[in-house]
Design a protein around this ligand. Structure first.
Ligand SMILES: Cc1ncc(COP(=O)(O)O)c(C=O)c1O
Length: 392
């Protein structure tokens, strides 16, 4: 019998529900059709050249080999200083802060470190698309709890009802992608009270922490001792410094939790690229860049919202992030009746503006006629998009 030389064994997928993400589909379609891409969340403008200089300076100084597994010390110290200044909690940079390859790697690493087969993890839908597959890869059971449709506020009765002796963790995200809502002090206190009698861990995705508008303060988990003591706080420099492609972020957590986190981190990424870490530490030493960010994005939000106010889209509030959600049900075109995902395909192909359907952030594709635009774009880009959207 002649054995075939080339044989690829069949695989049973670990993630049967995962295909190409809607973000990739929309970005590809937008490129193909020459549409303005307000779909995927990334800026179309450059970061501050000082940041690029700081990174290239680090490379020129020969900082190009493996950094410590936990991250470059000066960056961990700068982060600890920032968190303490803004939220009042001191994290020990040696034992409580770890640099990660963006928030995505941070979150999967937390989940792999703490979730065992059979554990339940509560996610609040709509939620960022990596959470559910991450939990499934760890063998955990996803327990989806909807944010209140219409307002996207957390429903603490529903969260309380979802807690069980098997609940290992709850994942929260404020400022929230995709709804652009933020959690209030009352929300955080309520969560603190709810979790107090439990062993449930908190995973707090705060990648948009510096994009909170209208004079409000970001309610970081780090401000609430009862929550911080059980929490992994995740953030990302990609969002804050307009460098989403650099994929550098961090996790802050109490020492005992960090120790477990690092056991997994050292074997799934080990370290994160060195010159970027040095460059970020140098740049971040001046807090101006992150302190100015709310004003920077607030102006873009207001420009975009003012333009949309002249269209038939119904605007949802935007308290934080660089996303604006709109209700499509009163548009003057028959396509308003399409499911959100089909509407977005049509909008991209025929009107020339890409958006993301909110249904993509729900396990059951819940459709509420709402789509998400990203306004982290040059004013010219936003103005072109607004001109096109005005036709609807
Ligand atoms: C809520 C949320 N969490 C995590 C991430 C991933 O961040 P990073 O690019 O740092 O991996 C994103 C990026 O869009 C996000 O919106």
């Amino acid at each position: 019998m002649t054995a075939t030389l080339e044989y690829t064994p069949a695989l049973q997928t670990k993630l049967p529900h995962v295909g190409t993400t809607i973000f990739t589909v929309m970005s590809q379609l937008a490129a193909e059709k020459g549409a303005v891409n307000l779909g995927q969340g990334f800026p179309d403008f450059e970061c501050n050249p000082k940041l690029v200089d700081a990174v290239s300076d680090a490379m020129q100084r020969g900082l190009n080999q493996y950094p410590p597994m936990t991250g470059v010390p000066v960056l961990r110290e700068t982060i600890a200083h920032k968190i303490q200044g803004m939220y009042g909690r001191r994290y020990d940079p040696n034992t409580e802060i770890t640099i990660t390859a963006g928030a995505t790697q941070a979150i999967i690493t937390v989940i792999l470190a703490v979730v065992r087969p059979g554990d339940e993890v509560i996610v609040l839908e709509p939620c960022f698309d990596s959470y559910v597959p991450n939990i499934e890869l760890a063998g955990g059971t996803v327990v989806p709890v909807p944010l209140t449709p219409g307002t996207f506020r957390p429903d603490f009765d529903k969260i309380a009802a979802a807690l069980s002796p098997k609940t290992r963790a709850i994942l929260i995200n404020s400022p929230h992608n995709p709804s652009a809502t933020t959690w209030s002090q009352a929300d955080m206190l309520k969560l603190q009270e709810l979790l107090a009698p439990t062993d449930v861990l908190l995973i707090s995705d705060e990648v948009y922490e510096h994009m909170v508008f209208d004079g409000h303060d970001h309610q970081s988990t780090a401000r609430y001792p009862g929550l911080a003591a059980r929490a992994f706080i995740v953030s990302s420099f990609g969002k804050t410094y307009h460098v989403t492609g650099w994929k550098v972020g961090y996790v802050a957590a109490p020492a005992s939790l960090t120790a477990e986190f690092r056991k997994v981190h050292q074997f799934n990424v080990f370290t994160v690229n060195t010159p970027m870490q040095h460059g970020l530490a140098t740049y971040m030493a001046d807090p101006q860049a992150h302190l100015e960010l709310p004003m920077f994005y607030r102006r873009k939000r207001d420009l975009f919202r003012a333009g949309l106010a002249n269209t038939k889209f119904k605007l949802l509030p935007c308290e934080g992030t660089y996303f604006q959600c709109v209700d499509i049900s009163s548009l003057g075109v028959p396509e308003r009746k399409l499911p959100e995902a089909d509407f977005c395909l049509w909008l991209t192909s025929e009107i020339g503006v890409a958006a993301i359907p909110l249904s993509a952030f729900y396990g059951n594709s819940f459709d509420q006629h709402v789509v998400r635009f990203c306004f982290a774009k040059k004013d010219e880009t936003l103005n072109i998009a607004l001109e096109r959207l005005a036709r609807l």
